[in-house]
Every structure is written in C-alpha cells, then in structure tokens.
Design a protein around this ligand. Structure first.
Ligand code: URA
Ligand code: SF4
Length: 204
C-alpha cells in the first residue's frame, strides 16, 4: 500500500465529485478497505460554500454508504441548522474514507485511524477541496486537523478561531461524537454550536 494517490482519476477524470467518488470505491491505498463494507465518500451540494471534515465513517455510515448518518451526524445536522447554515451550501466528508474498527463480541467498535492511514487517504480529501474550493472548511476534531494542518496543530488552542488558509478559511472545532461523550452534553453542544456560528459568519 502506497496511499490513495495511485487510485485517483487522471487529470481529465478529476472534473467532478462523482468521478472521484467512483474512483474511491476501488481504493486500496491502505489496509482499511479490507474489513470495511464500502468507501464512504463526501456528499453535498456541488457549489457548497461550507465543507465539514470529520474523521472517518462510523458503523452506520459504513453500512449505509453515506457520511454522518449516525448519532454524531444527528448532532452535526442540528448544529448546522441552528447556526443558520443552509443545507444546500453544505458538503460533508471525512479525512479517512473507510471505517476502522475492532469487534467486541458482535459489536463493531470504532478505532482511531493511524497517522499513516490519515496520510494515505489525504489525496481524496485534497482532491475534494480542490474541486469544491469552499469559502469555509470546518475541521471536526483532531484527525481532520491532522489531515489538513499536520500533527503540530493544537485544536484546543485554536478552536472557534477563523484561520485564513489559501483560498479558504478554516474553522476548527471538536468532533460531534465528543459532544455525545461529554460529561455535560448541553454545555459541550453549546460550545460546538458557537464554533459553527463562527463558521457560518465566515461564509456570508
Ligand atoms: N464520524 C465521522 O467522523 N464521520 C462520519 O461520517 C460519521 C461519524
Ligand atoms: Fe483508500 Fe482511504 Fe480507504 Fe485507505 S482509507 S483504502 S487510503 S480510501
């Protein structure tokens, strides 16, 4: 495995997200394709002004083939709506396109992707961002931050802060699953929402 680069369409085939999605379905750029059900590519409006980058598909996403359709996705959907971000301006994707998990009995337990897996998968995310060139790129959690900004970026120091980055503005926040795990869920949700409101303002 030498990363996703080799599985990307050639330049002439890079014209749209659908072509990328079709190519990613056959990716073997790291070992994660072996146990996952399918690659889960990004989805949303082709003229999306806001791209949200998560970690990797979860159990539900792996089964259904769509990003953010499980519990974390419900938190994200609610916050997007409450932040006043129009749904047709949103594209949702992940740093890593295949679900990484271990079995605990019959249950599939999410495992954090390694730095090597994140970097193997990065060509897909880079290609999505090149095609979409969103005004705002929302980083959901440390894995997405690593994919876009490298390992030295400290989310806790910069969350909710608009960061100009080439032609986009990055806004980093926690992963919505961290909201679900927080001891005080309501407080964690309000902080998450306030970061998304910062992102919302950057896109208008
Ligand atoms: N968590 C993610 O990071 N992405 C998804 O698509 C679902 C859960
Ligand atoms: Fe390819 Fe990414 Fe899946 Fe690895 S996780 S096989 S790099 S699409």
């Amino acid at each position: 495995n030498t990363g996703a680069e080799h599985f990307l369409p050639d330049r002439s085939g890079m014209s749209d997200i659908a072509a990328l999605r079709a190519a990613a379905a056959d990716c073997q750029g790291c070992d994660l394709y072996r146990d996952a059900t399918q690659a889960v590519f990004g989805e949303g409006g082709a003229d999306a002004r806001y791209v949200f980058v998560g970690e990797q598909p979860g159990d539900q996403e792996d089964r259904q083939g769509h990003p953010f359709v499980g519990p974390a996705g419900r938190v994200l959907d609610r916050a997007i709506a409450e932040a006043g971000i129009e749904r047709d301006t949103v594209y949702l994707t992940n740093a890593v396109k295949h679900f990484k998990f271990t079995y605990k009995g019959k249950r599939r337990i999410h495992q954090k992707p390694s730095a090597a897996e994140v970097s193997a998968c990065a060509p897909w995310l880079d290609a999505e961002l090149r095609l979409l060139h969103p005004e705002v790129t929302v980083i959901l959690g440390a894995t997405a931050a690593r994919a876009l900004l490298g390992p030295s970026f400290r989310l806790t120091q910069h969350r909710g802060e608009p960061m100009p980055h080439g032609e986009t503005t990055l806004v980093a926040t926690v992963h919505p699953s961290a909201v679900l795990r927080a001891p005080d869920r309501d407080e964690a949700y309000q902080e998450f929402l306030s970061d998304l409101m910062v992102a919302a303002r950057e896109g208008v």
